[in-house]
Each structure stands twice: as C-alpha cells, then as structure tokens.
Design a protein. Structure first.
Length: 115
C-alpha cells in the first residue's frame, strides 16, 4: 500500500467564482490551478443572459477589445468588473459561490448563476 499525504487543508478544491462587493469578480485558487490561468495577464468578460452564464476568456493580448486585468494573489484572482456587474444587474448574486467549468468550444471559463 502506498499512502498519499493530503495537504490542501484550508483551500477549496472546487473551481468557484464570486461577485464581490466593490465590483470585482473573484476566482478561487482551484480555478487558477485547474485551468492554468496564472499563464495569462488579462481576461475578456461575456454573458449569456438566457442561460445565466458568465464567460471569462483568458488572453495575453492587452489590445483585445474589452480586455480587463487579471489580478493574481496567493488566494486566487480578481477581475475589475464594476460596470459589467451593474450593466447586467449581477449585484443580487454577490457573495454566492458560482460553479465554474471550462468550455472547450469557446475556450473560456464559464460560471453559472441563477437569480
């Protein structure tokens, strides 16, 4: 038998996003590690209002239209998104943890929300 040490205490292992007060979208470390977002400096935000999904497409092209800085920290990352949150009235989902998956077709992170 080979024992494997579990060392991820205090960390969430499920990829999650949150809408934070102050107008930021937060991503936990699980998102950054699982989808290798630390290799990118920027993101572009999308929304599917009918299916209630937020799309976060990573990029290193600072000239891409709608680009936002991806701010990495030891706890995950944040994206300045105040206008996005206000325009699409996402304030009501603040502080809720949104499940994240990788959309291979569109090559972006997708966070699902419901009202």
């Amino acid at each position: 038998m080979v024992w494997e040490r579990f060392t991820l205490t205090g960390r969430n292992i499920k990829p999650k996003a949150t809408i934070r007060k102050g107008g930021q979208i937060g991503l936990n470390n699980a998102v950054i590690n699982k989808y290798k977002l630390d290799k990118f400096k920027y993101v572009v935000l999308f929304i599917d209002k009918e299916q209630k999904k937020i799309g976060i497409k990573p990029t290193n092209d600072e000239q891409e239209e709608g680009v936002r800085k991806l701010r990495l920290s030891k706890y995950g990352a944040s994206i300045p998104a105040k206008n996005f949150i206000e325009l699409y009235r996402l304030e009501q989902i603040k502080k809720r943890k949104l499940n994240c998956i990788w959309d291979r077709k569109d090559n972006m992170l997708v966070a699902e929300f419901s009202e």
